[in-house]
Design a protein around this ligand. Sequence first.
Ligand code: AMP
Ligand code: MG
Length: 350
Amino acid sequence: MNTIYRTVDKDRIDMSVIEEAASVIKAGGLVAFPTETVYGLGGDALLPESSKKIYEAKGRPSDNPLIVHIAEFDDIEKIVESVPEAAKILADKYWPGPLTMIFKKKPIVPDETTGGLDTVAVRFPSHPVARWLIRSSGGYIAAPSANISGRPSPTSGEHVRQDMDGRIDMIIDSGNCDIGLESTIIDMTGDVPMMLRPGYVNEQMLESVIGEIEKDPAVFGKADANAVPKAPGMKYRHYAPKGQLTIVSGDNDSVVGFIREKTEKKDKDIRVAVLCCSADSARFPDADLVGDIGSRDDELQIANRLYALLRRCDEENIDQIYSEEFDTPGLGLAIMNRLIKAAGHSIINV
Ligand code: AMP
Ligand code: MG
């Protein structure tokens, strides 16, 4: 398949490109598009065939449900049974924005889109290109992240091209995403809202407007191994680079000392990368690649660089990656959640 590639400036949107992309979606095709979190791989959420194509293009298991993106709050009524009061409050505060809420679905939403569940995940993104595209395509775009399943999510048009060229109809490139980590997911179907995936909208931001929430113990690592995660996608390995990633935890000097020794003693045929904050970036002279993730005081920058650095490790054929911890106050839970998954839970305490 020949993939149409277009760039759009988000501050001066070329509506002819939006119309072109919308006609692809309405005809049952797939378009990758920018959002404020990561790039999405979009198809018409109400067409079962489109959702099937999304799973195929990503190589993603079809029991892993898709998020439905809307561009007007009132459009939610057509796809969900009811919107609880707490969800209205959250929508009022954080929509449009990087928050996904789960509701009981109406029959119009096909099983192919929800992975057979009777619930649907809904997000109202703030990115102007996403909003115009959703609106012009009929109002409901199903979109997971626009990466090959298991790889880090794309945070630039170039990342999308690496994974999706030749596999989908069209890519809209608007440069780098502002946040760089996927949306927060919260399930609004129970008595107490339950966070299924941490993101930019963190626990404190949610609790400050709706009071106490729960966190899915299976997702946040507190439950026994047999617990079934509420978010089906959470059981799959995610966000992973090709090399083996290990997180090194402990006080900063011990962590640096441990990683430094690993890079000094490494076998010369093994390519080793280090992910670290700027302050430590000159401390690993023997590493094949030092991924400077930014200042510890700038957590948005850390979030923003994480996936690009993991992809960079793949480009540089890195075999082994050691990462510092980035447990920052606001976004730390989201950053570490992605890093731990990318590491397949491989953590060394020093
Ligand atoms: P992605 O689109 O790659 O950001 O992944 C979407 C995530 O949303 C997946 O991990 C899904 O498991 C989760 N998700 C989507 N719909 C639902 C739903 N109805 N119930 C629970 N989790 C959902
Ligand atoms: Mg994804």
